[in-house]
Design a protein around this ligand. Structure first.
Ligand SMILES: [Zn+2]
Length: 256
């Protein structure tokens, strides 16, 4: 009997993921650096090589803030592998796994029990302060934050977009080729329609998520995607990949 390709999938193998990114960075001409350390583990950032004159807005991508959401980092890698040429065309900043301890231990929180996605304004946190140093001074074209939800009944999306027409419906439609849209009317305590939670104004939150901090830094659009983590890993990775593809297609074309 043939073995299913995911039988040996190392969803929580951080080092394997890092090796894959190192090989890809070489092929794609991306610069991969350690920007922080948590315990003995390095945390990486990748960027398109910055010619000193390149001041174009940056496309921002991150995954693995919550370690129990493995399709996000693997989906980001799968997307990057298929889109190597894009890294020569546009300017990118990629955080492939923000919380390596969480990924290894299959937990939401980091090694100190902190939910990093409620800490992006906590500049006293060593990882977050290192992140701020990397991101500071950049103009962000779009922020893409990749997550999963074990309560999810399908894909859903937070769109923080104060100025332009909503793009999330088109993106969720593209992703529904892979996994259904979560049709709940309330998701995580917020009103949702067709899997979309639109934020025109900022919610009151003492500990700020990544998307809100990117917004406060001037990103005109931030999208936080959630795939349902009880569904098949293969499909979730496909959904994450499709999401990034579609977000770039619809999110960067606004107003054009
Ligand atoms: Zn998450």
């Amino acid at each position: 009997m043939p073995v299913h390709p995911l039988v040996n999938h190392r969803a929580h193998d951080y080092r394997a993921l890092v090796r894959e990114w190192q090989a890809l960075a070489k092929e794609a001409g991306l610069k991969m650096e350690v920007f922080a350390r948590v315990g003995e583990l390095p945390v990486y950032v990748l960027r398109t090589r910055d010619a000193a004159k390149d001041t174009r807005p940056t496309i921002y991508l991150s995954a693995g803030i919550h370690g129990d959401e493995p399709a996000a980092p693997w989906g980001l890698l799968a997307w990057a592998r298929e889109n190597v040429a894009r890294f020569k065309e546009d300017r990118y900043l990629i955080f492939p796994v923000m919380n390596p301890h969480g990924l290894i231990l299959n937990t939401r929180h980091d090694q100190d029990g902190t939910d990093l996605n409620r800490s992006f304004n906590a500049t006293e946190h060593p990882l977050i302060s290192a992140w701020h140093r990397v991101v500071a001074g950049r103009q962000i074209a779009m922020g893409i934050c990749l997550h999963e939800d074990y309560d999810g009944q399908g894909n859903y999306l937070y769109e923080l977009n104060p100025q332009s027409p909503v793009v999330g419906n088109k993106i969720l439609k593209d992703c529904s080729r892979v996994l259904p849209i979560d049709q709940r009317k309330r998701i995580d305590g917020r009103a949702a329609k067709g899997g979309l939670i639109v934020r025109r104004v900022l919610p009151e939150m003492p500990g700020q998520p990544e998307a809100i901090v990117l917004h406060l830094m001037g990103a005109p659009l931030t999208l936080t995607f959630e795939s349902p983590s009880e569904f098949s890993l293969h499909d979730r990775i496909e959904a994450q990949k499709t999401f990034i593809q579609s977000a770039l297609e619809h999110g960067l074309r606004r107003g054009g």
